[in-house]
Design a protein around this ligand. Structure first.
Ligand SMILES: [Zn+2]
Ligand SMILES: [Zn+2]
Length: 278
């Protein structure tokens, strides 16, 4: 399944796809700064205690260069000419952030949950800043995947950045099938118990599923205790497209119509369709 075929079948997703492509293009032009290698031995006790990698002082990964890349991306979008509303919001954000020193540090802290930064468009800043920072963190996330003993984590939040999952994926053969949770912020995928709800942490024995016709292995798994749901990709090979969250925003509408609640983290809650309307 290619992005273009997907968009032919789901033309209402085109505005958000265009926005995402524009931001990705701008981000691709930003210099990728080097991330410090985590100190794995020092980090191990924190890992076992459930402290995400980026929140561990022992691991020593500094997100500040990611914040610098985010500031550069913001500046770049603020200097473009269209789409008008995205550019206007990027300019307002850029101007607001520059009123105080240490912009990169403040962006990095904001991504890790510091609430002292109150930017005019927090959803847009979060989206742009994670888009830039993910490029910075790529090598760290890969090294963490290789180092991490999945059986020692099995927590409902991301082992790298601490966010709740945006989506889930089922991988492997029928017996021994595993469920991975997918972080919409930093891109980490980690293992979680098959039947546990990542939102209320109850073991429902079996999550209820809604299958959607013609959706290439995407379905909605939901919890009968808290009504939270996770869009789930029941396949392998099309992760970049099908775990991107924006490519299945229509599933969120179906879930909403069924009275389910989006408790999953999303970077697409800033009315993206409005940006792309111009
Ligand atoms: Zn994450
Ligand atoms: Zn639940």
């Amino acid at each position: 399944m290619t992005r273009e075929l997907w968009l032919e079948a789901h033309s209402y997703l085109r505005p958000v796809a265009d926005l995402s492509a524009q931001v990705d293009r701008a981000a691709a032009g930003i210099e990728i700064l080097d991330a410090r290698n985590p100190n794995w031995d020092e980090y191990r006790p924190d890992f076992l205690a459930g402290v995400p990698l980026l929140s561990s002082a022992e691991a020593g990964v500094d997100l500040e260069p990611g914040g610098r890349m985010a500031a550069a991306l913001l500046e770049k979008l603020a200097s473009e000419t269209s789409p008008e509303s995205l550019v206007a919001e990027a300019r307002a954000l850029d101007a607001d952030l520059r009123r105080a020193p240490n912009v990169p540090r403040r962006i990095a802290d904001f991504l890790l949950g510091d609430e002292t930064l109150a930017p005019p468009f927090p959803g847009l800043l979060r989206y742009l800043a994670w888009t830039a920072t993910t490029r910075f963190l790529g090598p760290v996330v890969s090294a963490f995947d290789a180092w991490r003993d999945e059986d020692r984590w099995l927590r409902r939040y991301c082992p790298t950045c601490g966010s709740l999952p945006a989506m889930a994926q089922l991988v492997g053969a029928e017996h021994g099938r595993k469920r991975l949770l997918s972080c919409g912020c930093c891109g980490t995928r980690w293992q979680f118990k098959r039947t546990h709800c990542p939102f209320c942490d109850t073991d429902s024995q079996r999550l209820a599923s809604i299958n959607i016709d013609g959706e290439s292995g995407l379905r909605i798994d939901h919890c009968e205790s808290c009504s939270g749901y996770l869009k789930t990709y029941n396949g392998e090979g099309n992760e970049a497209l099908l775990l991107s969250d924006w490519s299945s925003l229509h599933l969120d509408l179906i879930a909403h119509d069924r009275g389910l609640k989006r408790l999953a983290a999303s970077l697409y809650e800033f009315e993206p369709a409005r940006h792309a309307a111009h």
